[in-house]
Design a protein around this ligand. Structure first.
Ligand code: FES
Length: 115
């Protein structure tokens, strides 16, 4: 089960900054917590911790597979849910809860834990 942890809200991007398939890195909830925001379609934005749940390498978004991939040991996560698709990671990527307010994308919480 995934646990929701609520943190102070933070504007992480403007929707109009990103074209479909583009990504932006930001930090949330602490300045050391690097996250990746992806515009998957015109109307859908998702964000996750960028830290692989295996051994903490940074994941990247593959526009070819449309998955989040980890180059260290070929792990992969769904860009839709953060769930593990294959490779050594056992836990999904922590998901950053986003709310869209006009053009602003606001982070409100982190959902993390076991599948
Ligand atoms: S650190 Fe990501 S698969 Fe090992």
């Amino acid at each position: 089960m995934r646990k929701m942890s609520v943190y102070p809200e933070q504007v992480v991007a403007n929707a109009s900054e990103l074209a479909v398939g583009e990504v932006k890195l930001f930090t949330y909830p602490e300045p050391k917590d690097i996250c990746i925001l992806i515009r998957t379609t015109a109307d859908n934005f998702v964000a996750y911790s960028q830290k692989c749940t295996h051994l903490s390498c940074p994941v990247y978004y593959s526009s070819k597979t449309k998955n989040l991939e980890c180059p260290c040991h070929q792990g992969a996560f769904s860009a839709q849910t953060g769930d593990v698709l294959y490779g050594p990671p056992k836990r999904p990527l922590p998901k950053i809860e986003l709310e869209r307010r006009g053009d602003e994308l606001v982070a409100t919480a982190v959902k993390a834990g076991l599948e």
